[in-house]
Design a protein around this ligand. Structure first.
Ligand code: NG6
Ligand code: CA
Length: 507
């Protein structure tokens, strides 16, 4: 009797141990998030590009799941990044493109995606472009810079504070500017020139590429930037070294954390302006610096995948590859991107691109891979990056606290390729609000004047005084505005958008 009881207990214990071992392997994949900057729907060969070859990204897509209706939440960077990390649409926080000395726009008290994973035992890192603000605004770059990534859930950070075209042109590692000499302190201003360094407006002869007036501030590495900066010369980055410096940091983080669950948020500066690839990639394509920067981006992706393979982590790592907004060809620097574009369609068949309310603004490449878990193929489900928060929480079996991630939906079955049933509706932001409902797309009339520099962009922005309605099934390129002929449908979508904006709903 006693023996039978012991045997029963032993079986029970074994069953429990087995179950928990299983939850461990299933529940805590490493997560590597490769976030490319300004990469358009048509910029990869696996999405139809022929003027540039992206073999590493194509391989990721071939072994994983490639989405055809995946969206960043906005057609510019800061809002999209805010939405990913908080699970909240950016308009709820009025998050817009930030200057390089803006305050951190994510509240350290709120649950964030990295914070949630950290609570579940993940080691987390943000490497690459940040652009979500630092400190309380106008931080002292010569001191400890806080709050920043470390205060919102990242164990480690090595960042470009804003964008490659904005000062300060220095890396910040955790709380400090890298290689700073305190005898030559950094100051930053976005209102008026400071210090003695030349500025582009006055010294165009010193420039590697000419720039528009907004990009004509302090010259660093032969390129004039947005904003003014003095000091910090020993800490200046060299744009051509971005790929090597950042990739080395990412590979090191993966190796150092190989034996425990990790989350790597790897935000590449490619293919944002100024496009200054490493010499290894200059001339890699016929498209000039923008094409070469795509080739370099593909190499970086290959390096990350090779590292995962080499360390035998590939089967236990969920890789998500996507972009923060649609493509832009001329974004302020004379880099021949327009003249060398040829037949390349950076947004594929879609209209518009970065800054645009049309599909080209937010429909971006989205590839997910996790061998053995994600069913390979192509998926046309509607999915937004704002959904990663709750989807990852489900995949990693980590609870989201109630008030967090109000706009995020758990679409983990979609990410795993188990269903094509994604969102039925979705908000898109682009200096106005857009609303998808199935194949219908509504673009609200503009209510506020967009930034004046937007008027110089060649990209169709979709910003109009009248409402727009498109049927993406029959008119994916948004050529026929049906708002006037379908007033009831237009009103229904406008009302649904207003309701969702007012509610902050989670369905
Ligand atoms: C714009 C800049 C553009 C780019 C963008 C941010 C001008 C005229 N243009 O304001 O060059 O920096 O902001 O890009 O200033 S993003 O990908 O980070 O959203
Ligand atoms: Ca961007």
């Amino acid at each position: 009797m006693r023996r039978r009881y012991t045997l029963m207990m032993l079986c029970c214990l074994l069953a429990i141990a087995n179950a928990s071992a299983q939850t461990k392997t299933i529940a805590k994949p490493n997560i590597v998030f490769i976030y490319v900057d300004d990469l358009g729907y048509g910029d990869l060969s696996c999405y139809g590009a022929t003027s540039v070859k992206t073999p590493n990204t194509d391989r990721l897509a071939a072994g994983g799941l490639r989405f055809t209706d995946g969206h960043c939440s906005a057609s510019t960077c800061t809002p999209s990044r805010f939405a990913i990390l908080t699970g909240s649409y950016a308009f709820r926080n009025k998050a817009a493109i930030l200057p390089g000395d803006a305050p951190l726009i994510i509240n350290p008290g709120q649950q964030t995606m990295p914070g949630m994973l950290q609570q579940a035992g993940y080691t987390t890192a943000a490497i690459g472009k940040w652009h979500l603000g630092l400190g309380a605004g106008h931080p002292n770059w010569n001191d400890s810079i806080s709050p920043g990534p470390r205060e919102i859930g990242f164990n480690y950070s090595f960042i470009i504070p804003a964008t490659p075209d904005r000062v300060p042109t220095v890396f910040v590692e955790d709380h400090h500017v890298v290689k700073l000499d305190l005898n030559d302190p950094v100051s930053v201003s976005y209102d008026h020139p400071i210090g003695n360094d030349p500025i582009g407006l006055q010294h165009p002869e010193m420039l590697k590429m000419q720039a528009d007036s907004q990009h004509s501030g302090t010259i660093v590495n032969g390129v004039s930037r947005i904003g003014y900066m003095s000091g910090g010369h020993s800490a200046y980055w060299k744009d051509e070294d971005f790929s090597e410096v950042l990739t080395a940091k990412a590979l090191h983080f993966i190796e150092a954390n190989r034996s425990q669950p990790f989350f790597l948020y790897f935000a590449l500066p490619n293919v944002h302006v100024p496009r200054m690839s490493n010499a290894k990639f200059v001339g890699a394509t016929q498209m000039g610096p923008r094409g070469d920067d795509i080739a370099e981006m593909d190499w970086i992706t290959g390096q990350v995948m090779d590292q995962l393979r080499k360390l035998n982590l590939i089967n236990n790592t969920l890789v998500i590859f996507t972009s923060d907004n649609g493509p832009v060809i001329d974004d302020g620097y004379a880099d021949n991107a327009e003249s060398k574009l040829g037949k390349h369609q950076a947004a594929g068949i879609y209209k518009g691109g970065k800054y645009s309310a049309y599909e080209g603004g937010t429909r971006v490449p989205l590839i997910v891979s996790w061998p053995g878990k994600v069913k390979p193929g192509v998926n046309d489900a509607l999915i937004s990056q704002v959904d990663f928060f709750r989807s990852l929480s489900a995949l990693a079996a980590v609870p989201v606290i109630n008030s967090a991630a109000p706009d995020s939906r758990d679409l983990s079955p979609v990410l795993l390729g188990n269903t094509r049933q994604g969102r039925t509706e979705m908000i898109e932001e682009a200096f106005t609000m857009c609303y998808r409902q199935g194949n219908w797309k509504y673009i609200a009339p503009v209510t506020q004047a967009p930034p004046s520099w937007l008027a110089n962009k060649k990209v169709p922005t979709g910003l109009q005084a009248d409402p727009q309605l498109y049927n993406l099934k029959t008119d994916p390129a948004e050529q026929h505005n049906l708002a006037a002929s379908m007033p009831a449908k237009t009103k229904a979508l406008a009302d649904a958008l207003r309701l969702e904006m007012a509610a902050g709903s989670r369905k």
